[in-house]
Design a protein around this ligand. Structure first.
Ligand code: ZN
Ligand code: ZN
Length: 143
């Protein structure tokens, strides 16, 4: 079952035996309240600092780990800089701008053909969400 809401994320954590404290709930809410699907741990820290409950940094990091263990989030390593956490609710790969760091999603349909060919010809099982292609985004390219 795909996790797309705060409540579903909380339910998933509990199913994994996690005690969901108010502070942890605030972290989950800060992640799922935004339309942003790719956040570094530090970005989550900055988000919760603006909330009433203000969970501390250790709670943010621990909650990210617990969400990853429960399969709700997954860390993606971009090659440089900190890992980004993304939601596992939809398959996609990533374009990353080497100038401004922008992350753009490559939709599943666009990566399906490539992963299908590689799995067939190289007998390699691909994890599409770990695919990262670097380059320049439209804004940086036009500067
Ligand atoms: Zn992603
Ligand atoms: Zn850019």
């Amino acid at each position: 079952v795909l996790v797309t809401t705060i409540d579903e994320a909380i339910t998933r954590l509990r199913a994994h035996g996690v005690t969901v404290t108010p502070a942890r709930r605030a972290v989950v809410a800060a992640i799922f309240d935004t339309g942003e699907h790719h956040l570094t741990a530090l970005e989550v820290v900055h988000r919760v600092e603006r909330t009433r409950r203000r969970p501390d940094r250790a709670t943010v990091y621990r909650t990210l780990d617990l969400l990853a263990d429960a399969g709700v989030l997954r860390p993606v390593h971009l090659g440089t800089g900190p890992a980004i956490y993304h939601r596992t609710d939809h398959t996609h790969a990533h374009l990353v701008c080497t100038s401004c760091g922008a992350v753009v999603e490559i939709p599943a349909e666009a990566v399906d053909e490539l992963t299908r060919l590689l799995e067939r010809d190289a007998r390699f099982t691909i994890e599409p969400d770990q695919i990262v292609i670097s380059g320049l985004c439209a804004m940086c390219h036009d500067v």
